[in-house]
Design a binder for this molecule. Structure first.
Ligand SMILES: NC(=O)c1ccc[n+]([C@@H]2O[C@H](COP(=O)([O-])OP(=O)(O)OC[C@H]3O[C@@H](n4cnc5c(N)ncnc54)[C@H](O)[C@@H]3O)[C@@H](O)[C@H]2O)c1
Length: 443
């Protein structure tokens, strides 16, 4: 099948590459010329494990193309995916400018029986708006499907190739049949292909994000309580997670959710409820808990230094909002860095892949290290903000030697409390008691 994907970011590039990998002829389109130029040279401008190899492999077979010109690709396409960004403003309004521009540009080229599939996360009612806009521009009825994306950055290829489910919102069953054929290679393990109304499909994306965000804020709030009560959130988490009604997934305490999906989706859902005059107390509370949690590392550090950040040097390991991605949009580590710089601290940073994106924001304000150990020299504390695997088994003796004081503030609970104490660290984590060096020779 010939496919056009408009918007070649995290979602568009993964979608296009996986569809090319199952034998379709895919053209990925973007307005960003430098991105398209890199991709045409086999260079992938974002980090997602396994993606670069898959892009190169499919491009070399001639099944995956990149261009800034959408006309020819759209004219030939049986399915045109919309995967452009839909950033959400603070008031929760999703900015559909790019999506609408794309609709106006594809309308004159759209083949008679082509299906337009909306992968971008959009407010409920957008499929109807897009259908009407296309009808006005083309003078005929066009098929538009809502096809929300649930992939997680860091495991996006796996999530696309082995989805928990695929959701499509359509007005005509024939459109669902066409998409079912396209997705059949990914559904061989009997994963459900769920056909529903476009409004339900659009709402499904927001409800999924809201429930995931709620679990995160819930466990974070419980973690903060545990800390005050001398309980250990890891023990409590296991104690509740084995209850089948609750489950263990998405119950790890941390420093709040970030990234391009959950924060925006929560704001959009609250705004949607507001427009309907309906209370969204839970959604608002979840977001407020998250905003507080994003400051938890800063408060722990600030308390440790008794409010005296001026002249202190702090290393931060991990800036991306989660491991295995270079995405730093809305990352809690940025909130921490901003507060540390504002308080007069010097900040050293290391992230295995996100450093170019961090440098774009902070330039020379930070010291960057290519290796985790490089950023520890002379620091008064280390903060761990992202649970990259390579941080899990560090050489503690070498760390102590490099640091001016053996203090770790761990936002991801990577280490065992007893180990940290015997290794000679003052160790703060989330929802667990603070430990001090057992030999009594620490900070
Ligand atoms: N990133 C995720 O984890 C994720 C998961 C599920 C859903 N989503 C949703 O998918 C959509 C895309 O997200 P993303 O993370 O891939 O965004 P992104 O910012 O990585 O990519 C969007 C791309 O669209 C391009 N673009 C903008 N205007 C364009 C235009 N007029 N024509 C062609 N290209 C244009 C941009 O240059 C950019 O490359 C958003 O609505 C997002 O909410 C994202």
């Amino acid at each position: 099948m010939k496919i056009a994907i408009i918007g070649t970011g995290y979602v568009g590039l993964v979608t296009g590459t996986c569809l090319a990998d199952t034998g379709n002829e895919v053209t990925c389109i973007d307005v960003d010329e430098s991105k398209i130029e890199k991709l045409s040279q086999g260079k992938v401008p974002l980090y997602e494990p396994g993606l670069a190899e898959m892009v190169v492999r499919n491009a070399s077979t001639g099944r995956l193309h990149f261009t800034t010109r959408l006309e020819d690709a759209v004219r030939a396409a049986a399915v045109v995916y919309l995967a452009v960004g839909t950033p959400v403003a603070d008031d929760g309004t999703a900015d559909l400018t790019a999506l609408r521009q794309v609709i106006d540009r594809i309308a004159p080229c759209l083949a008679q029986h082509a299906v337009v599939a909306i992968k971008s996360t959009v407010p409920v009612g957008t499929q109807a708006e897009v259908t009407e806009r296309l009808r006005q521009k083309t003078g005929r009825a066009c098929d538009v499907a809502s096809n929300p994306e649930f992939l997680k950055e860091g495991s996006a290829l796996h999530d696309f190739l082995f989805p928990d489910r695929i959701v499509v919102g359509v007005r005509r069953p024939e459109v669902a049949d066409m998409l079912r054929r396209l997705y059949a290679p990914f559904l061989r393990t009997d994963r459900p292909f769920l056909v529903m109304s476009p409004e339900s499909a659009e709402m499904t994306k927001y409800v999924a994000s809201a429930l995931l965000s709620t679990r995160i804020s819930f466990i974070n709030e419980m973690a903060n309580l545990c800390e005050q009560l001398d309980a250990d959130i890891n023990e409590v988490r296991r104690g509740i997670g084995h209850d089948q009604r609750i489950g263990c997934a998405f119950l790890f305490p941390g420093i709040g959710y970030g990234g391009s999906s959950l924060p925006g989706d929560m704001r959009a859902l609250a705004a949607l409820a507001g427009r309907l005059g309906q209370a969204a107390d839970l959604i608002t509370a979840v977001d407020a808990v998250n905003a507080r949690q994003k400051l938890v590392l800063f408060h722990k550090l600030n308390d440790h230094f008794q409010g005296e950040l001026q002249g202190k040097t702090v290393a931060v390991w991990g800036i991306a909002f989660k491991p295995r991605t270079d995405d730093i949009r809305d990352a809690p580590a940025l909130t921490l860095i901003d507060r540390l710089l504002a308080g007069g601290a010097r900040v050293h940073v290391h992230d295995p892949v996100a450093m170019p994106n961090v440098r774009e924001i902070y330039g020379e304000q930070l010291l960057y290290g290519n290796h985790p150990m490089d950023v520890l020299v002379g620091v008064n504390a280390l903060v761990i903000a992202t649970e990259w695997s390579e941080f899990r088994n560090p050489d503690f003796a070498e760390m102590r030697r490099r640091m001016a004081a053996p203090v770790i503030v761990d936002g991801r609970n990577l280490f065992d409390l007893v180990t940290m104490s015997t290794e000679g660290f003052t160790y703060y984590s989330i929802g667990r008691r603070t430990v001090r060096p057992s030999a009594g020779d620490g900070a």
